[in-house]
Design a protein around this ligand. Structure first.
Ligand SMILES: [Zn+2]
Length: 342
């Protein structure tokens, strides 16, 4: 896998494609992408003799529409380049997987580990489902572009990295309950990404580089052990439940960040580390500006253990709903970011 994480990498996508011997690229980007960024990619390709055969502009992750994109792929495509964030990356990864084509990830925001994970989140009959998909052959991150994106995406990306603290603990609980072992290397890798990020959680070029690297290594940890466990535990179940029931789901990384802090209190580990990091980067403050609905979170917590049967976490041990409610009502930081509606 080729990795380029640096300022102005966007203007070099043509050079990188040439070096990877990719001639005919299919671009899969978000519909609402900044036209200036799109223009930069087209120019960089043109200057290096790389042809963009087609440019799909994505605004839906509906499974049937994704299949239509797959069917519309030109025969002579040599790679699929995903450009942007969220939906475009989920679609591109899955289409590349179906077409058995190399997938090049060029995220313009770093709000979660989706650009480099072996799963795509798509909508089937109106419900979100995970599908196996391609790992990237190359990851190209322009740190300047990501730094210029709205700050909330950066906060969300950090929330997604922090969730490894509770995910790995849940994974260990699973191993204990099942009298088995976890993949220690994947867990160590995932754990290391948290420390790497915490060493410099700054909203600057170097901080963005560390965040991009951390998110990428989280995805690779999942690929190594063939499971989402090193990157996702009960905090992710709560976020999935919120995506199903919330009137206004927040960014994935914001939801898992908050959930991770609450779960760490239930697990009795990691809370101080998370709380202090979130103090430093202004995570709580950003959530406070658009407070969360307490009733929705209580409902999501009850729903969470049913989302993935056989996915053992701290929530599988016994019913913790009352502890959860008490934490929401008493924790000084959480009291600030939740409001009761109705
Ligand atoms: Zn995540």
């Amino acid at each position: 896998m080729a990795v380029r994480i640096k300022p102005d990498a966007l203007d070099r996508v043509g050079i990188y494609s040439q070096r990877l011997q990719l001639k005919n690229i299919v671009l899969v980007g978000n519909k609402d992408l900044d036209p200036i960024l799109v223009e930069r990619v087209h120019t960089a390709m043109k200057e290096n003799g790389i042809e963009i055969l087609q440019h799909f502009k994505i605004d839906s992750i509906d499974f049937n529409q994704v299949l239509e994109t797959f069917q519309a792929l030109p025969q002579n495509a040599s790679a699929i380049m995903a450009f942007g964030g969220g939906k475009a990356l989920d679609v591109a990864k899955y289409v590349a997987f179906l077409a058995r084509l190399p997938y090049i990830a060029v995220p313009t925001i770093l709000s979660n580990d989706g650009f480099c994970s072996p799963q795509s989140s798509l909508e089937l009959k109106g419900k979100r489902r995970s599908f196996p998909s391609a790992m990237p052959s190359a990851v190209i991150i322009d740190t300047k572009v990501c730094l210029n994106a709205p700050r909330i995406f950066w906060l969300a990306g950090i929330g997604d990295v922090v969730s490894k603290i509770t995910a790995i603990y849940d994974w260990k609980l699973w191993a204990k309950a099942n009298k088995t072992v976890i993949d220690d290397f994947a867990a160590l890798l995932s754990d290391a990404t948290v420390f790497q990020l915490m060493a410099k959680p700054d909203h600057d070029l170097e901080g963005i580089r560390l965040l991009g690297t951390s998110l990428m290594l989280n995805g690779i940890a999942m690929e190594i052990c063939g499971s989402s466990r090193p990157a996702s535990g009960s905090e992710h179940l709560i976020s999935h439940a919120l995506d199903q029931i919330s009137k206004k789901p927040r960014l994935h990384g914001l939801q898992v960040g908050v959930a991770s802090y609450i779960i760490s209190l239930l697990q009795g580990q990691g809370s101080e580390r998370i709380a202090r990091l979130f103090d430093t980067i202004g995570f709580w403050k950003a959530i406070q500006e658009d407070p969360l609905d307490k009733d929705e979170w209580l409902a999501a917590f009850r729903l969470a253990p049913t989302i993935k049967p056989d996915f053992y976490t701290v929530l599988s041990e016994r019913d913790r709903s009352e502890d959860f409610a008490q934490i929401l009502n008493t924790d000084v930081r959480l009291k600030e970011i939740f409001k009761s509606i109705g």
